[in-house]
Design a protein around this ligand. Structure first.
Ligand code: PEP
Length: 251
């Protein structure tokens, strides 16, 4: 089986001001610097205004920086948008795309997510493409077909294990305190890997993260599930101690 190093990614969403972001990021960078060799990569994705100061604060540490979204354009008359070139300039190596909150709040389609991922790849950014079913879709027995459709529509041409990470985030588990059971996660991650195999030649090397109310108390169990290559963490990524404890659960 391909070696896949775990990725522990923090999605800060629309939380925190400059002082909070600097405290959190500096604490994580300090822990990483002091920890020596660890079996995971760690990433923080602050809100856009915090990217430059946080990027400066963690420069030289193994803590990676990412955006929470980007435009599919590189520059120009697109008020309110942020381009992948700008993310790169701020020190980002990653960008989260197609998060369910953006799909719901901004009507983002699979095609738009694919266009954004293509633009991100062109700048050398790793796209973390989010997929996941709603509770109604799961109850209707459609979870696997919904996720297969999102994957097929959201993966751009040229996607591979070096420039793409998938995050499986069941919508009903995000920010709700509910988590998918390890059995459900195992089944869905195996399904995702099989679907990736239809589209990518190096599907076995693509990292597939789980996201949805991951916290220190359930991280070890979830991170031990086959084909789970890390976590995308929202709420629990806002406290250095909790986020670090989730990462420390990786073996
Ligand atoms: C997320 O926003 O990607 C997420 C998984 O949030 P939470 O961990 O708070 O459920």
């Amino acid at each position: 089986m391909a070696e896949r190093r775990k990725l522990i990614a923090g999605n800060w969403k629309m939380n925190g001001l400059k002082a909070d972001g600097l405290d959190l990021a500096s604490s994580l960078a300090g822990r990483l610097n002091g920890a020596g060799a660890v079996p995971f990569d760690m990433l923080v994705c602050p809100p856009f205004p915090l990217l430059f100061p946080v990027g400066e604060a963690i420069k030289g540490s193994p803590l990676a920086l990412g955006g929470q979204d980007c435009s599919f354009k590189t520059s120009g008359a697109h008020t309110g948008d942020v381009s992948p070139v700008m993310l790169k300039d701020a020190g980002c190596a990653f960008v989260i795309l197609g998060h369910s909150e953006r799909r719901a709040d901004h009507g983002e389609s699979d095609a738009l997510v694919a266009a954004k991922a293509k633009a991100a790849h062109a700048e050398g950014l790793v796209a973390i493409i989010c997929v996941g079913e709603t509770e109604a879709q799961r109850d209707a027995g459609q979870a696997e077909s919904v996720v297969a459709g999102q994957l097929a529509g959201s993966l751009p041409e040229g996607a591979n294990a070096s420039n793409t990470v998938i995050a499986y985030e069941p919508v009903w588990a995000i920010g709700t305190g509910k988590t998918a059971t390890p059995d459900d996660v195992r089944a869905m991650h195996a399904h995702i890997r099989a679907e990736l195999g239809k589209a990518l030649s190096d599907a076995g090397a693509v990292r597939v993260l789980y996201g949805g109310s991951v916290k220190p108390s359930n991280a070890a169990e979830l991170m031990a599930v086959e084909n789970v290559d890390g976590a995308l963490v929202g709420g629990a990524s806002l406290k250095a101690e909790d986020f670090w404890a989730i990462a420390a659960a990786c073996r």
